[in-house]
Write a protein that binds this ligand. Structure first.
Ligand code: SF4
Length: 153
């Protein structure tokens, strides 16, 4: 059975920077959960960052800096590597990652100014997974995930 990687915050785990979650209520996610398809990860926590943690954004030089000015790039990269390892272990070709996150965003990220401004871009984990042939969808594209599962059975 094809497994799917999914952001932990999307399935209700309180792993966001602010200690909350971004639970996505969806019949698809419920179905895939029941089928045992979901491999759950929070790359930032897996990379060693605590909950809660200061929000961080990708800067123009590609470093990830938190709102206190600390460079957390290394933790973000470690989390991304661990997500990739997990994908390889489970032969995962599809991931559903939270849009807008500096780790998980697939088409939008914040602009680095901590002003709630979003720009086109990908998070650190998304970039690494895509580079390795794993198709990353956002939580807004679950119908596409379902279609993709059908065609890759
Ligand atoms: S790193 Fe990804 S999984 Fe973790 S809280 Fe942020 S968006 Fe959710």
């Amino acid at each position: 059975m094809k497994k799917i990687m999914i952001s932990a915050c999307l399935v209700g785990e309180n792993v966001r920077f602010d200690g909350r979650n971004s639970k996505k209520n969806s019949k698809f996610i419920e179905k895939w959960k029941k089928e045992g398809r979901l491999i759950i990860i929070c790359p930032e926590v897996t990379g060693g960052l605590p909950v809660p943690r200061p929000p961080a954004e990708i800067q123009t030089d590609k470093r990830v800096i938190n709102i206190k000015g600390e460079d957390v790039t290394s933790a973000f990269e470690q989390g991304a590597q661990k997500a990739l390892t997990l994908c390889k272990q489970h032969n995962i070709r599809i991931a559903i990652l939270k849009e807008g996150s500096p780790s998980c965003g697939s088409s939008l990220i914040h602009d680095g100014s901590f002003s709630h401004t979003k720009i086109p871009g990908q998070g650190i984990t998304t970039k690494l997974l895509e580079k390795n042939g794993i198709h990353v969808f956002s939580e807004n594209d679950l119908d596409q995930v379902a279609a993709s599962l059908e065609t890759t059975k």
